[in-house]
Design a protein around this ligand. Sequence first.
Ligand code: CDV
Length: 309
Amino acid sequence: MPRNLVVGAAQLGPIARAEPREAVVVRMIALLDKAAARGCGLVVFPELALTTFFPRWYMPDQAEVDTFFETEMPNAATLPLFERARALGIGFSFGFAEKLEIGGRIRRFNTAILVDGEGQIVHRYRKIHLPGHTENEPWRAFQHLEKRYFEPGEEVFSPVTALGGEIGLAICNDRRWPETYREHALRGTEMVLIGYNTPVHYPLAPEHDHLQCFHNHLSLQAGAYQNGLWVVGVAKAGKEENCDLIGQSCIVAPTGEIVAQASTLHDELVIHDCDFDRCTEIRANIFDFAKHRRPEMYPLLSAPIATRR
Ligand code: CDV
């Protein structure tokens, strides 16, 4: 019996700092409607999809930072999205800044959720690889203060059984790390959903600015192929305030081939009919982990600090 899921990668164009969540949700619902008309069962939105990418600004006042966080999900602003998706019977995923109390302590995470066709949140992932820096660095054209505003997630990469397959989540910088995909694959993930906000300009190595798009696809395609899983990479794209963000949202087959790709830097939907069973083409052959993988020969891969000997 075929195990197919028509997936929509729903790229968002820029979100202005002053743009209210309600306006963004209207844009997301428009993409959702388009996806439903094209037969999608799952729509994937980017990282921090409800607001502008606020870590680009140093804000000394925590109260101001907190205006970008959600304290419940769904909430008043996002409920229309949940309701429309449920009415359409479509699953969806998006990222948001999450603030919650755990054990009497306020915690803040860069989070993504997966919602099934009945409107239930069935998976939640908190970003593990937080890039950037902690202190204000005024020499930069813009900041990248994820390490200041978020704590790293504490739960490992893992899939959930939903929408006909084993679906996992990762967020932006995670896609550059081979460990992300391998951990997912070892746990049985068949499709990883990865929203991102990636500036064209990388202040620490501006000589790589022209490689940002290349590195994006290089990472997504290698991760898919080397682990035999589907990858859905979804950008927040275009000129967002003072920052140019790459686009290139795409769906990558387990063979590493890009099977759908956005061609604009605006709100755009690209879709593909994904067969979960295609993971076997790779996992039963060239990357048959049980047969060919040699974990005893890679002891440093999960050691906290790599040493040369
Ligand atoms: N949002 C991100 O995680 N962005 C990072 C950059 C800027 C290093 C990324 O890996 O794309």
